[in-house]
Every structure is written in C-alpha cells, then in structure tokens.
Design a protein around this ligand. Structure first.
Ligand SMILES: Nc1ncnc2c1ncn2[C@@H]1O[C@H](COP(=O)(O)OP(=O)(O)OP(=O)(O)O)[C@@H](O)[C@H]1O
Ligand SMILES: [Mg+2]
Length: 334
C-alpha cells in the first residue's frame, strides 16, 4: 500500500526479565492506510499493547526493540531520539491507554492535562504565555464538548477521580485528540465500560475519525466491535500476527483455527441456542518459545508438520494466515 500512514515490518520487542527473555512481540508486520480503522484482536498477553507501546516509543527498560522497522508517514521510528519522539507523541500520534484510571494524572485537573498537551504542541497558539493558556483553555473546553462531557464548562477544573469510568475514557480521548493527531491508537477504550457506554465511546471515535480524517487503530478483545467499526483486522496470538485481512471476509471465512476459536467463543444474539465454545488452554509463556506453530497445543487440527516454522502466507483478497492447513471451518455472522 503506497498510502500507508503506518507500516510495521518484522517488529520484535523483548523484555529482559529475571526469569529469562520475554519476546512479547515476535516478527509483527502490519500496515494502516490513511483514514482506515484497523482492529487488533487477541487474548490477554498476545502482545497487542506492547506492539503499540513500541510504536509510541514507550517501551522502557527492561524492554527494548530488538529488530524491525516502524515507519510512520515515511519516517523511521525505531531508534528515533527521545526529543523527536516527544514532538511526535500527542501531536501526530496519540494513544489512549488501556487503563484510564491510572493513565490520567490524578494530581492535575482535566483542563490542565489538555492544556499542557496544547502548550507543548499547538503552534497556532499565540501571544504571551497567559494569552496562550487562555486560548488553550478554550480549546480544552471545546474538546470536552466534542467528546460529550455534559456541562463541560463546569467540569473543566475537576480532577480525574471526579469522573465516572465512561467519562474518564472520554477525557482520555479528548486529551489524545487535543492536537488532532493523524493517528489515534485506542487501546481497549471500552473494556471497563458497560455496554451502552461502550457503544457511545466507539461511536464517538468513529465520528471524530470522519470529522478529522484520522487513521485509527482499535485494540480490543471483542470481535463484535471489530465487525462493526474496523475496515481491516489483525489477529494476534502469542506475540505474532496469525491472520489479517478485510474485516468482513475474515469474519465470514476465518482461516486460522485461532480466529475460528475466537469467533466460536462469542455469544450471538441471533442464535441464543448455540453453545459458546471457549478455546481450551491459555496463551503460552513467551520465554524460549520453539520455532513452531504457537497455537498447536490448543489446536484441534494440529499435526506433526505444525512443529515446523510457520510463516505468514497469502491466501488471496488481501488476506494472510499463519497456518499450514488454513480454512476448513465454517464462518460466522457476528
Ligand atoms: N514490563 C514488562 N516486563 C516483562 N514482560 C512484560 C512487560 N510488559 C509486557 N510484558 C509481557 O508481554 C506480553 C504481552 O503483553 P501485552 O500487554 O502486549 O498483552 P496484550 O495483548 O495487550 O494483553 P491484554 O489484552 O491483557 O491487554 C505478556 O506476556 C506480558 O507479560
Ligand atoms: Mg493490552
């Protein structure tokens, strides 16, 4: 894709721990087009957050990027110095963290947290420091209104703990969007929220994406969310991408047994008599994993040749899968 905003190639991110080297991200490649919404799904511990912490330059010791390339708008981010990273973060790429409660600074009012981002990055602010602060405060108010905080004017000087979970997520989105980034990475923006609030927050992201023409990466456990909001999807398992492609096609005819398992484990309103089948077992420890299919111990179709190194292979229509015997199972109407 020529018009890619973000292109990750063969990214490997490790943590040098007391128990050994954890390879949290192992050879991840993906692309995101301009204005596209890409869903990233996978069970807990599959490497979703670490992949995008790597993009944000937020992997800290004992973590490090061991190899690979992260290209954002033609610029290589692996090895970018901290000063240039600070310029980029918040201004061109913003990420809402998985846990709004801990990601917001409890000691600062919500307006201050937005104002600080604007003062650091917004070149349209002008005049004295005081005048810039006044303009930034006005913009902070507009951002809170944009994300649907009721009576935003009176809430500007509240602290994060004075907001409910859903409202805190909105505040985080307001901070992330303050400088109108080209790319928004939303890490599990709705996991802690009840269903109606979930829908509101996702609609909000979709709406702002349309208004600002942003590209969005939506990290989630929920394939239903992906089906509704994402153009393309990347399925991750144990630090690797196991399947990717256009959302509709991947959900209708999943090729990887893991994707098929994820789809079978979602309740479906259209068929309440259907049994939900959880995938047995858990994601393996990411230390010293052998070069074989990582899903084979949980796969009902595993065979001897799954012990070989399995690379991603094209399977047509812009799709790829990491399996020697892809397909072979019915699709889904999620
Ligand atoms: N600071 C760290 N030190 C050691 N291991 C880490 C560290 N951060 C993450 N990991 C490991 O990296 C792996 C991937 O973690 P990551 O947070 O990316 O998973 P995830 O897919 O985002 O899961 P979740 O859905 O629970 O958010 C996990 O095995 C985790 O234990
Ligand atoms: Mg995570």
């Amino acid at each position: 894709m020529n018009d890619a905003v973000l292109r990750i190639r063969d990214l490997k991110t490790c943590f040098d721990t007391r128990d050994g080297m954890v390879t949290a991200v192992d050879g991840v490649s993906l692309s995101l087009g301009r204005g596209e919404c890409l869903g990233v799904v996978g069970e807990s511990g599959s490497g979703k957050s670490v992949t995008f912490a790597s993009v944000m330059g937020l992997v800290k010791k004992p973590g490090f990027i061991a190899k690979g390339s992260i290209n954002f708008e033609g610029r290589e981010l692996v090895g970018l110095d901290p000063k240039n990273y600070r310029k980029l973060r918040g201004k061109e790429i913003a990420m809402t963290m998985q846990d709004a409660q801990t990601a917001l600074n409890p000691a600062y009012t919500v307006s201050n947290q937005i104002i600080e981002v604007l003062l650091a990055h917004d070149e349209t602010l002008s005049g004295s420091r005081k005048a810039q602060r006044r303009q930034a405060r006005q913009q902070a108010l507009e951002m809170l209104q944009l994300v649907g905080i009721p009576s935003a004017e009176t809430r500007l000087d509240d602290y994060p703990h004075q907001f409910s979970g859903g409202m805190r997520q909105r505040v985080m989105i307001a901070i992330a969007l303050a400088c109108k980034p080209k790319l928004l990475i939303a890490d599990e923006p709705t996991t802690a929220l009840d269903v109606t609030i979930q829908a509101q927050v996702l609609e909000l992201i979709a709406d702002i994406r349309d208004k600002l023409g942003m590209s969005v990466i939506l990290i989630t456990h929920d394939l239903g969310v992906v089906a509704e909001y994402c153009d393309n999807v990347v399925v991750m398992y144990a630090g690797q991408v196991v399947e990717n492609g256009p959302t509709g096609a991947v959900i209708a005819t999943p090729q990887h047994p893991y994707t098929q398992g994820l789809l079978r484990s979602i309740p479906r309103l259209s068929d309440l008599s259907r049994r939900i089948e959880p995938i047995k077992g858990t994601v393996p420890e990411l230390i010293d994993l052998p070069d074989q299919c990582r899903f084979m111990d949980r796969c009902t179709r595993a065979q001897a040749s799954c012990r070989d190194l399995i690379a991603m292979q094209d399977c047509g229509a812009g799709r790829q899968v990491r399996c020697i015997a892809p397909g072979l199972a019915g699709g889904s109407d999620v």
